[in-house]
Design a binder for this molecule. Structure first.
Ligand SMILES: *Cc1c(COP(=O)(O)O)cnc(C)c1O
Length: 404
């Protein structure tokens, strides 16, 4: 075998498109909520690969799912179907409002499909002018050009020329703002039940119910982007279940494959019907390898043991964060739902989430932010008490250092 050259963080700056600035250390191994870098230094993982690793690193059931499927069948394309894809679709349908599933590989792709479906449905069922999409400021739906345009942060969408048109952004949780712009030419309202990237903000009950009603009154589809909030993240299989408000289209990704790239768009028979042969497609979507892992992850996540454990772990996190706040007075609010937790920074640390992440890495803690002013916690749904305790002790030290 050809000998491999050593790589380090400097290699990154030479060979990768300069769109990220990853931490200085390079993780090489993970187990549960623990990770080790090239030097063997140990980290506690409170980031979970951005809400992806719902079952932590290298969960034995997911490892065997990959191993077993990798020795049977990797890929056939959608010219053929396969057993894992059909099984996973059946499971998602049995557990939700949905009757039809489209599989893709990333959150953005699932959303791209959702927005195309919403437009196509409105145009074919109502009128060629029914194309308006109402979305929300601070919303995030991915980085393809359509999805980033539906997202509510101009800084991500600007600079690439003419955008897909007829998309309007209003403040989140502001029902009157939706009321003011929704009309017969609206095809969809798109929202994250808990805004993730935008700062970890949960929708209010009144807002969710109100938007549902407004959609019904205007024959517009309600699209929930549960790419981040879905698959157990907030303690129910999908976050819409907390509200008792079902969407017409739902997208999910991140935790769906527990670290293996896969996403899904869910909808009803009535809506799915408009997508005739050839109207949309993907090469990899629904491939047996990804779906085999998805099935294994689903079978573990969709159990009372895992889902009920989320709230208990949230309580631990919130209590520990409140204790840190008593000591340092750095959080103005701790919010979110389940294990999608945001701690808004105040005082001396306002706007300094990046510095805290850096200090955490030094202490051996993988942390995440949601903008400059919010620390975000998206750990494994099955993180152990000992791992939480160890991680919080590291966060304590990191805050002490940043404040010094
Ligand atoms: C991460 C995320 C996306 C984009 O998913 P990708 O897999 O990066 O394309 C879309 N919507 C939400 C709510 C997300 O959190």
């Amino acid at each position: 075998m050809k000998e491999q050259q050593a790589v380090d963080r400097q290699t990154y700056d030479q060979v990768i498109l300069p769109i990220y600035s990853p931490a200085e250390f390079i993780p090489v191994r993970g187990e549960g909520s623990r990770v080790w870098d090239q030097q063997g230094k140990e980290y506690i993982d409170f980031a979970g690969g951005i809400a992806v690793l719902a079952l932590g690193h290298c969960h034995p059931a997911l490892v065997s799912a990959v191993r077993e499927q990798s020795e049977k069948l990797w890929h056939v394309s959608n010219i053929f179907t396969n057993e894992p894809t059909l099984r996973l679709a059946q499971k998602l349908i049995a557990a939700t409002f949905a009757e039809r599933v489209f599989f893709a590989n990333s959150g953005a792709e699932a959303n791209e499909a959702a927005f195309k479906l919403a437009r196509h449905y409105a145009i074919t069922q109502y009128s060629p002018y029914k194309t308006k999409i109402i979305a929300f400021k601070q919303g995030f739906h991915g980085r393809t050009f359509f999805t980033v345009s539906v997202g509510g942060q101009a800084k991500y969408a600007d600079g690439f020329g003419p955008k897909p048109a007829d998309i309007i952004h209003v403040p989140f949780n502001d029902l009157d703002a939706v009321k003011a712009v929704i009309d017969e030419n609206t095809c969809a309202v798109v929202l994250e039940p808990v805004q993730g990237e935008g700062g970890v903000t949960a929708a209010t009950q009144e807002f969710m119910q109100g938007v549902r009603q407004l959609c019904d009154d205007n024959n517009a589809l309600l699209v929930f982007d549960e790419v981040q909030s879905g698959m157990g993240r907030t303690g129910k299989l999908f976050t819409y279940m907390h509200y008792g408000v079902a969407p017409d289209i739902l997208t999910t990704a991140k935790a769906l494959g527990g670290g293996f790239p896969i996403s899904a768009m869910l909808t009803t028979d009535k809506i799915a019907k408009v997508m005739g042969l050839g109207t949309h497609g993907t090469t990899y979507g629904g491939n047996p390898l990804a779906c085999a892992v998805g099935n294994a992850a689903f079978d573990i996540i969709n159990t009372p043991e895992v889902l009920d454990g989320v709230e208990k772990r949230r309580e631990y996190f919130v209590e520990a964060l409140n204790q840190l706040n008593d000591k340092y007075h750095v959080f103005s609010e701790i919010r979110g739902l389940g294990l999608l937790i945001g701690a808004e920074l105040t005082g001396k640390l306002q706007g300094h989430s990046k510095d805290i992440l850096q200090a955490c890495a030094d202490e051996g803690l993988m942390m995440l932010n949601a903008g400059p002013n919010v620390l975000r916690f998206t750990p494994s749904l099955i993180i152990s008490e000992e791992e939480m305790k160890s991680g919080m002790a590291k966060l304590d030290k990191a805050l002490e250092k940043v404040l010094a």
